[in-house]
Design a protein around this ligand. Structure first.
Ligand code: PEP
Length: 243
């Protein structure tokens, strides 16, 4: 059975109070009853965006509930501000902040403790793809970043090839299909058929209005994680419409 699609926007370090208008326009013109939508703004905007008609998520959380961690934010704080989900293990966090699979797993457990759905990102670098290591890389990230208690409600996996993020380049549809099938099989082996087929698998990396429809047609693609194009209501709306 096909899962309900999820289109999630990752605003990264973009967004000011003026960006609230993006969400207002989405709600006024661009929601699609056939799919779920999530907006993940910077933490400063979570409280301001929650309750405005689109579910809101964070972009990272600490693995502890509280403590002396200057500049960090706990999953419980995201939930307190109105977030329902959190992106974890994004390649920019893995690269900029040295996040390992072990850290991502701890953060995922923290998100679950706070009642948040975790969107765990995995994806190969260009060098790994060129070396024929794509599936091995995905296997290692999945095994290391996802704790045992995964369910269809608390986990979403986003396949984001690092070389496709923000570059305008995308894998072929066959390459997306291959990796998504591999992720589904890996989840099946580890968690069983029922859970594996309830976990949504998003594709992320240069999703645009012009390529969204064909990507959504690919088997085992249950939605998209959208960076740049989620900052413009028209573009994000067109992607939502394609889902
Ligand atoms: C992302 O950062 O998660 C992403 C997919 O970015 P973009 O859509 O801009 O490639």
């Amino acid at each position: 059975m096909a899962l309900r699609k999820l289109v999630a926007g990752n605003w990264k370090m973009h967004g000011r109070a003026s960006s609230l208008a993006v969400v207002e326009t989405l709600v006024d013109k661009h929601l699609n009853p056939a799919c779920d939508v999530l907006v993940c703004p910077p933490a400063t905007l979570i409280g301001r965006l929650s309750g405005r008609g689109v579910p809101v998520g964070g972009q990272d959380c600490h693995w502890e509930t509280l403590g002396a961690h200057t500049g960090d934010i706990a999953a419980e704080m995201l939930a307190d501000a109105g977030a329902e989900a959190v992106i974890l293990g994004h390649s920019e966090r893995r690269a900029d902040h040295g996040e390992t699979d072990e850290i991502v797993a701890m953060k995922t457990a923290a998100a679950w403790r706070a009642g948040l759905r975790a969107i765990v990102c995995v994806g190969e670098t260009e060098a790994e793809r060129d070396a024929g290591q794509t599936l091995a890389c995905i296997a290692a990230q999945l095994a290391g970043s996802v704790p045992e208690e995964a369910t269809g409600d608390n986990l979403v996996i986003a396949y984001e090839p690092v070389w496709a993020i923000g570059t305008g380049r995308t894998p072929t549809l066959a390459q997306i299909a291959e990796v998504h099938a591999f992720i589904r099989e890996s989840l099946e082996t580890r968690f069983g058929h029922g859970i594996a087929h309830a976990i949504r698998l998003l594709y992320g990396g240069s999703v645009k209005p012009g390529n969204a429809a064909e990507i959504f047609e690919v088997k085992n693609v249950d939605g998209a994680l959208v960076g740049g194009a989620s900052l413009k209501a028209e573009d994000f709306g067109a992607i939502i419409a394609a889902a």
